[in-house]
Design a protein around this ligand. Structure first.
Ligand code: 1GP
Length: 254
């Protein structure tokens, strides 16, 4: 089923519009921190809240989603690392297949476990090719998934991986340097993937300055994801939102 959330994203892409996703990790975010982010998102456009983390060590995920839903109309998308992390209160789910890796558990295994639960829920499903990219040190995602990330400086491998994912029917590609990456996915890799596929591209991991956000968007990201930097300094939400809006102003004029 194609979903309204996916349709929206796809339309934005066809109009050259960019989107901002803020990743809220239930393990790291306090209620007060979340309040601050939600308040800032009223004046600085945010298009999606992604909720999830590699571990989800506490039971705060449900409370976090409830808090967002109470105070904001921004869609909440689950960004799960495990089938245990489903929550029917979100609007949708990035149903990730870890196509950069060769671990069947994260290519299809977890999905089989989640399938009946997803069918019962009202969650909108966004089938997503998930590509972890090596950004200088082992990330939690790569360790927890037991997979080797794509080499940082081999854009062709990333491009062919994304191409295969699109041919298999995945509707989004998520290039992720991993949470708190030392540096983000390279512009060359984003550009190569952009040339290889038509589906919207999400880029995240290590985007902690306005310049890095600008570079990812200019290279072809349709959605950028910021997690750590907004947790550390919520005001960064305003800064990065302005960068995204500057692209959209140009798209509106064109
Ligand atoms: C990680 O793409 C996200 O999966 C966000 O990364 O926390 O480094 O912004 P950061």
């Amino acid at each position: 089923r194609l979903t309204s959330l996916y349709d929206g994203l796809s339309k934005r892409r066809s109009h050259g519009r960019k989107s901002l996703a803020i990743l809220l990790d239930p393990d790291n975010l306090t209620e007060a921190g979340c309040r601050k982010v939600l308040a800032l998102s009223e004046t600085h456009p945010v298009d999606y809240f992604f909720v999830g983390g590699s571990l989800v060590m506490n039971s705060h995920q449900t409370a976090l989603i409830q808090q967002i839903k109470q105070h904001s109309a921004v869609p909440v998308l689950l960004f799960p690392s495990h089938s245990l992390h489903l929550d029917p209160q979100a609007d949708g789910i990035l149903l990730l297949s870890l196509i950069s890796g060769r671990n069947p558990e994260f290519l299809i295994g977890q999905h089989v476990i989640a399938a009946p639960l997803l069918r019962q829920s009202n969650l909108q499903i966004l089938p997503t090719g998930y590509l972890l990219v090596d950004t200088g040190r082992q990330t939690t995602a790569s360790y927890m998934s037991g997979t080797t990330p794509l080499p940082y400086d081999k854009p062709t491998i990333a491009a062919c991986t994304a191409m295969a994912g699109e041919q298999l029917g995945l509707r989004l590609m998520y290039l992720d340097g991993g949470s708190g990456a030392m540096y983000p996915v390279s512009a060359a890799t984003i550009r190569a993937v952009r040339q290889a596929v038509d589906v919207p591209i999400i880029v995240g991991g290590g985007i902690n300055t306005a310049d890095k956000a600008q570079a990812a968007l200019a290279a072809g990201a349709d959605v950028i994801v910021v997690g750590n930097q907004v947790e550390k300094n919520p005001e960064f939400l305003g800064e990065v939102s302005r960068v995204v809006q500057s692209f959209n102003t140009v798209a509106d004029v064109a």
